[in-house]
Design a protein around this ligand. Structure first.
Ligand SMILES: *Cc1c(COP(=O)(O)O)cnc(C)c1O
Length: 454
């Protein structure tokens, strides 16, 4: 019998996060001030983010950054997470490929997001902050931060993208259970929200708008910081506990992956699983392939433009150098709400630009087909977001079958889908569609970008 699960002990929880920037041949360009185009320094970020996170954001030199003991202590609630050999899926596909997945769905809130939520809440508390604000798309990030905020005694206000607020009432209940205040975005409580509602009364909301609202509240409330669940360098950093554990577990399995896959919204779970393996390519001459699986309806890495853009819709954030569809891009209402973000973040975008990682785009129906096969063969119902990684892994495994090659595939199961059953219902009722974005629509949005990189 082959071994199914590879389990680590509590003492194997990593003691440091891995900062891939230190090892990158071309560092990401700095974030810049939109008015002056001057590079952003850590001090410029202090009014908005915790100081420790601001410092991590611009740390281009230290490959490893120590994880505070209080953070590791909380990680012990569910870490280390299992690495699982997907034998059932391999059999269902009749593939010679070996497929492994890292199961981040076992966290108390059902996704990887808690890895950074705990770190950021800890730093806010340690610096004397009392209130925090954030945005959430599908509700995963809001749920994670609600738990972390409660633990550290912080008051939290969450702006939740309106379409998800309505489609995913249980995520709202989860946040409220942990004691957070949840506001549907766009809302009338901020200038950014009021403007969007006035311009587009039926707007369903987007992560970009919700970020604008949360940032505005943080800037106008004393002793309040803003906390972001993806995209930024320090969030990617916190997620690298995933890949560091997986690296040890693949060694236990006696194999190394030749392909590492994760779904891609703002890049945090992709960075988390990929960067510790990418270090093998950068430092040890390994030749692992990395695939970011994004939705066809929001294809920033595969079809976006590499340019400076805002991280939010209203343009409150610094300009970030990244693959982007333009900050006004309004993605279709797919059920993988966590993947509906316009930009790819600075680190991943630079890596893509340099050919060090690949990206694919997955149509919505293919993601649900993959999700259903995975549920039926592995027993876990995946989050609609994670299903994009599964679909990409299935493509790779079927390709291995065509080529008659053994291949070792590792993907990140970023979360479970037990609170997303409305989406599955609609899939089974043939009520879901694919959304292709036209070249025209992308060009129209990216044409509005200030051209700084050329
Ligand atoms: C938020 C989320 C994502 C997408 O965000 P990334 O920052 O790209 O990882 C993917 N999967 C799940 C389960 C999520 O909650």
């Amino acid at each position: 019998m082959t071994k199914k699960k590879f389990l680590l002990q509590e003492q194997d929880i990593p003691t440091a996060w891995y900062n891939v920037i230190a090892d990158m041949p071309n560092k990401p360009r700095p974030m810049i001030n939109p008015a002056t185009h001057e590079p952003i320094k850590a001090e410029d970020l202090y009014p908005l983010f915790a100081r420790a996170c601001s410092d991590q954001e611009v740390n281009y030199t230290d490959p490893f950054i120590e994880i505070p003991e209080e953070v590791r202590e909380l990680y012990r609630i569910w870490r280390p997470t299992p690495l699982v050999r997907a034998e059932g899926l391999e059999r269902a596909l009749d593939t010679p490929a070996h497929i492994y997945f890292k199961n981040e769905s076992v966290s108390p809130v059902g996704s990887h997001k808690l890895n950074s939520a705990i770190a950021q809440a800890y730093y806010c508390k340690a610096e004397g902050v009392t209130n925090i604000t954030t945005e959430t798309g599908a509700g995963q990030w809001g749920a994670a931060l609600s738990m972390a905020a409660k633990h550290f005694g912080l008051e939290l206000a969450v702006y939740m993208v309106k379409i998800s607020y309505e489609q995913k009432p249980y995520r709202r209940s989860i946040m409220q259970t942990y004691g957070a205040e949840v506001i549907a975005s766009p809302s009338m409580s901020t200038k950014a929200g009021r403007k969007i509602i006035t311009d587009h009364p039926n707007y369903n909301g987007s992560l970009g708008t919700a970020i604008s609202e949360a940032v505005e509240l943080a800037m106008s409330t004393p002793n309040c910081k803003y906390v972001l669940g993806s995209v930024l360098n320090h969030v990617a950093l916190h997620q690298t506990v995933i890949g560091q554990e997986a690296l040890k577990q693949m060694e236990m399995a006696g194999e190394m992956p030749d392909t590492v896959i994760a779904c891609f919204g703002g890049g945090s779970n992709f960075s988390g699983i990929a960067f510790p393996f990418l270090r093998k390519n950068l430092k040890e001459g390994a030749n692992i392939r990395f695939i970011a699986a994004e939705p066809s309806s929001c294809p920033k890495l595969t079809r976006g433009e590499f340019e400076y853009d805002f991280g939010d819709e209203a343009g409150y954030t610094p300009l970030i150098p990244m693959y982007t569809l333009g900050h006004n891009f309004s993605p279709a209402n797919i059920h993988a709400g966590g993947l509906r973000y316009h930009g790819g973040g600075a680190i991943v975008s630079q890596l893509k630009h340099d050919g060090l990682i690949d990206a694919v785009d997955i149509p919505q129906l293919e993601s649900f087909k993959a999700a259903t096969l995975f549920a039926r063969s592995e027993g876990i119902i995946p989050a609609p977001e994670s299903s994009h990684a599964i679909a990409s892994a299935i493509r790779e495994a079927l390709q291995a079958k065509v080529e008659g090659k053994k291949k070792v595939i590792l993907f990140n199961l970023s979360g479970h889908g037990l609170i997303d059953m409305t989406a599955y219902d609609r899939y089974f009722a043939n009520d879901l569609a694919n959304y292709e974005v036209s070249d025209d629509e992308i060009a129209r949005n990216t044409a509005q970008l200030e051209k700084i990189l050329r």
